[in-house]
Design a protein around this ligand. Structure first.
Ligand SMILES: [Zn+2]
Length: 351
């Protein structure tokens, strides 16, 4: 299956469901809630304390990584109207989305967000004819690699040139004084740092990297082998899979409540014990995606799916209590890894 085709179908499905009010753009691309992104940034802040990297972060952002973590999600409040005018619109139905974004509510900061969105809205090519399907920057948050794959690889279904791994590589390039590869339009190191602070978090949320592909009956299929990805059975990164009142993607976005929204002593200890990533910095995002893909395999273990309507699935669990325990453990480990990897990356950029 060609890479670009999948995202096009995904975008069409998203558009249809957004139109009828079943989902919003937040449903499809907000890995970890703002608490998770703050925790990841906070861990990195602690690991980088008194380093050259921390000095650069402070100079460029004027704030810490904990505050910067949710910035990319705040961009979802930037809307484009039919006159091609972009504006920042607080959603009255979801004032909770706005909580982490109040840090960026000064007019010049809103203007900065609008500028990024405008520059990155029409840059993706989803179909061979270039028909626009969805704001390009909203695709930067995820991949949908089938959990049958043993590694992240740009040739497989669920990846594309404007996916999560590509976005992280683009941000790294800018921070290394190199041009951002297209389609990314990154105007400054400040934007690149906002991207990294967020996307390294997303890269460790298993539902933002690995995905199940289903047939019409809800059986797992392999989109890279016998069953080319089918838009009618799309799960949209588990956003279309319901576990009672919450979708499975959202369930994974929520972090254990005792963590609050900052690094805890346990998370910092776990982050400090992460092994150094081998290889060169350009290969780290793909290698971390491979690691998260393995985690996604665990996150989908013991689950069965049944169709419950058009583009709607319900999940059942072999052992729900055991699943919730595993989920809690995985979330803590992934947050610690994300914080450690963000710090590792910034130290490599600013030794
Ligand atoms: Zn995200």
């Amino acid at each position: 299956m060609i890479m670009i085709g999948h995202i096009a179908r995904h975008a069409i499905v998203v558009a249809i469901f957004a139109a009828i009010g079943l989902i919003t753009s937040h449903d499809t691309a907000s890995a970890w809630g703002n608490q998770g992104h703050r925790v990841v940034g906070s861990i990195a802040d602690r690991l980088l304390k008194d380093t050259n990297a921390a000095r650069n972060v402070g100079e460029i952002l004027g704030t810490d990584l904990r505050t910067a973590g949710p910035w990319m999600d705040c961009l979802k409040a930037v809307r484009r109207d039919d006159n091609d005018t972009y504006s920042y619109v607080v959603d009255p139905e979801h004032l909770d989305y706005e909580v982490p974004c109040t840090k960026f509510k000064a007019p010049e900061q809103r203007a900065e967000m609008i500028a990024f969105v405008k520059r990155n809205w029409f840059t993706c090519r989803y179909l061979p004819d270039g028909v626009h399907q969805r704001a390009c920057h909203e695709t930067y948050h995820f991949d949908d690699v089938a959990i049958q794959r043993d590694r992240f690889d740009r040739t497989v279904e669920g990846t594309n040139p404007h996916d999560l791994v590509a976005a992280i590589n683009a941000a790294i390039a800018v921070l290394q004084d190199k041009p951002a590869p297209p389609p990314f339009a990154i105007a400054s190191k400040r934007e690149a740092l906002f991207m990294l602070a967020h996307f390294i978090g997303d890269l460790h949320q298993p539902m933002h990297v690995g995905s199940v592909y289903l047939d019409a009956a809800g059986n797992r299929v392999d989109p890279d082998a016998t069953h080319p990805a089918d838009p009618t059975t799309e799960t949209a990164g588990a956003n279309f899979i319901q576990d009672e009142n919450v979708n499975l993607h959202r369930e994974w976005d929520d972090i254990p409540t005792d963590l609050g929204d900052a690094a805890t002593r346990d998370l910092i200890r776990d982050a400090r014990s992460q092994p150094a990533t081998p290889g060169s910095i350009e290969d780290w995002p793909a290698s971390w995606a491979t690691e998260t893909l393995g985690v996604a395999r665990q996150a989908f273990a013991g689950l069965s799916f049944a169709p419950s309507g058009p583009q709607r699935w319900t999940v059942s669990f072999d052992d729900h209590a055991a699943y919730l325990r595993t989920q809690d453990t995985i979330k803590r480990r992934q947050l610690a890894r994300a914080g450690a990897h963000l710090a590792e990356l910034l130290k490599a950029i600013w030794p």
